[in-house]
Write a protein that binds this ligand. Structure first.
Ligand code: GLN
Length: 521
């Protein structure tokens, strides 16, 4: 590699590698396309032939929610094969490129007004996000050397890009649809993704050292995922566990009806096989340190599922609550329901740096600021946000509608919780995952968020039976207790990390230039 390419890679912007900003803008456009399309999907499915934005699909709400739930879950679940493809074959950088191209095609297909195009487009988007989302996040981690304290902040900056995309999309796509119809909105998402692809291709020179194909050296003692999985036959206890799980999955599948019958059966079987694979990866890891770190990352995914299971009420139950039970009149103007979705992204832009600094300062003062602590605290803070929803329901019961500020406070707490937890989890995975399974682990992380999303959908469905009040109280109690449990178990859990985060402080205490030196080495 020439000296000039070497130097360009080392360039810094605002104290971070320039590559971070290439990934920032690529992901910003990707999220613009994703959230823009997501904002339209359900309302397009239930829109009738005479809808003011042009004919929709005319489905029932239930059908639309069902497809939406499965779609969002699959989008994130496909991060597992997306991660494997990167780890084993293409490397993260090329897999992200492939994902971006598939996404341009997927959104472009949705712009065509035909039912084959609708399903093909969704299928392509599921594949595209699966290739792009986990791997671009792993690449952010790859920009920083081990122990570089800037890593968490780098993820917070990256997270701003995600939400900038989401805020722009929720603001503009609705306006475009109102003026030019559904397919113009979907087409807009396609153009956004094309911009993302262009930024990514242009910025390759800043990404020379990250996300490369696994080398022959990497592959030397490497086993294929299939072979690894087949190792199960050498471990009778683990094999029996997987067989029992598979049998239970088939049984559980039959307890559901309609689409859900195949959906849940298939999902549980997939999860059972994943459990088998994870057990074999555990066996494959060489040192106890690697094994323990792998285990603690997997355990942290339980917290991730709980977090997103509660948080994702935003798109479902809280959204419907906003629409039907909130007094949305502000100075004589009715605030449109989708705008409340923008509160989360807006608060992220306002508070991301503040929250990241707050935690960094805490760490400097030698107070507890491990990733697991931040993730647990984030879950508790987010859960406390539901207390405002409990007040909202009481307000509604007493006055026939509830005030908007309850939602504003709820989303504020949700956002502070998200900022303490979500970028930190991404960073945590990149710190602790065994190098040769780095992308797979990130894929699993996103799959866990997807499962959380599914849990959120189920809770939403149950609100008809139990009422919103009970659901909101239940979520508050469960999230707070679960967060506290993790804090209570912090010591043994941190022992499993084998000090992966301990050396960060030392680097921070050295002067800034030395810190950057380390990242440039
Ligand atoms: N809102 C974040 C994003 O779009 C996190 C989503 C998730 O992890 N499920 O990237």
């Amino acid at each position: 590699m020439s000296t000039s390419t070497n130097l360009i890679h080392k360039k810094q912007l605002f104290g971070h590698p320039v590559g971070l900003f290439v990934l920032f803008f690529t992901e910003m456009w990707e999220r613009f396309s994703y959230y823009g399309m997501r904002a339209l999907l359900v309302i397009y499915m239930i829109a009738q032939a005479n809808d003011k934005n042009g004919p929709g699909l005319g489905w029932t709400e239930l059908e639309a929610y069902q497809l939406y739930g499965w779609y969002v879950m699959l989008v994130y679940l496909l991060s597992i094969p997306g991660g494997i493809l990167a780890d084993k074959v293409l490397g993260q950088k090329k897999t992200v490129m492939l994902g971006a191209i598939i996404l341009v095609l997927g959104h472009g297909t949705l712009a065509i007004d035909a039912s084959w195009a609708f399903f093909t487009g969704l299928g392509l988007i599921i594949l595209g996000v699966g290739c792009l989302k986990p791997n671009i996040s792993t690449m952010v981690g790859g920009l920083y050397e081990k122990g570089d304290i800037r890593r968490d902040k780098g993820f917070s900056i990256f997270y701003i890009g995600i939400n900038l995309g989401s805020l722009l999309a929720t603001t503009f796509v609705g306006l475009i649809v109102a003026k030019w119809g559904w397919h113009a909105g979907f087409g807009m998402a396609g153009i956004a993704m094309l911009l993302g692809l262009i930024v990514y291709v242009w910025g390759q020179k800043f990404l020379i050292h990250v996300g490369n194909k696994p080398t022959e050296e990497d592959k030397k003692d490497d086993v294929s995922i299939l072979k690894l999985f087949l190792n199960l036959f050498k471990f009778p206890i683990q094999l029996v566990i997987v067989i029992v799980l598979l049998a239970l999955s088939i049984y559980a599948g039959f307890t559901f009806e309609g689409v859900d019958h195949w959906g849940y059966g298939g999902l549980f079987m997939f999860l059972s096989l994943t459990v088998g694979l994870l057990m074999m990866i555990y066996q494959d890891l060489k040192s106890q340190i690697e094994k323990d770190r792998f285990l603690v990352v997997l355990l942290s995914f339980l917290l991730v599922i709980v977090f997103w299971g509660a948080f994702e009420q935003a798109g479902g139950l809280m959204n419907v609550y906003t629409n039907t039970k909130t007094d949305r009149i502000l100075f004589g103007w009715e605030v449109p329901t989708p705008m409340f979705q923008g509160l989360n992204a807006g608060f992220i832009l306002l508070f991301a740096v503040w929250v990241a600094n707050l935690w960094a300062k805490r760490k400097l003062k030698n107070k507890e600021a491990s990733s697991l602590f931040k993730m647990a605290s984030g879950t508790i803070i987010m859960g406390l946000g539901f207390v405002f929803m409990i007040f909202a329901v009481r307000d509604y019961e007493a006055n026939g509608s509830s005030a908007m500020y309850w939602l504003v406070f709820a989303y504020l707490f949700h956002t502070i919780g998200e900022l303490s937890s979500s970028p930190v989890s991404l960073s945590f995975v990149t710190k602790l995952a065994p190098a040769k399974y780095a992308s797979l682990m990130m894929g699993l992380y996103f799959a866990a968020t997807g499962l959380g999303g599914k849990v959120a959908g189920i809770l939403g469905e149950k609100s008809g039976e139990f009422g919103e009040y009970t659901i909101f109280i239940g979520i508050t109690i469960f999230t707070v207790l679960f967060g506290l449990l993790v804090i209570a178990l912090l010591k043994p859990l941190k022992r499993l990390t084998h000090g992966a985060e301990d050396d960060e402080k030392e680097i921070h205490l050295s002067d800034d230039n030395e810190g950057y030196e380390l990242a440039e080495r």
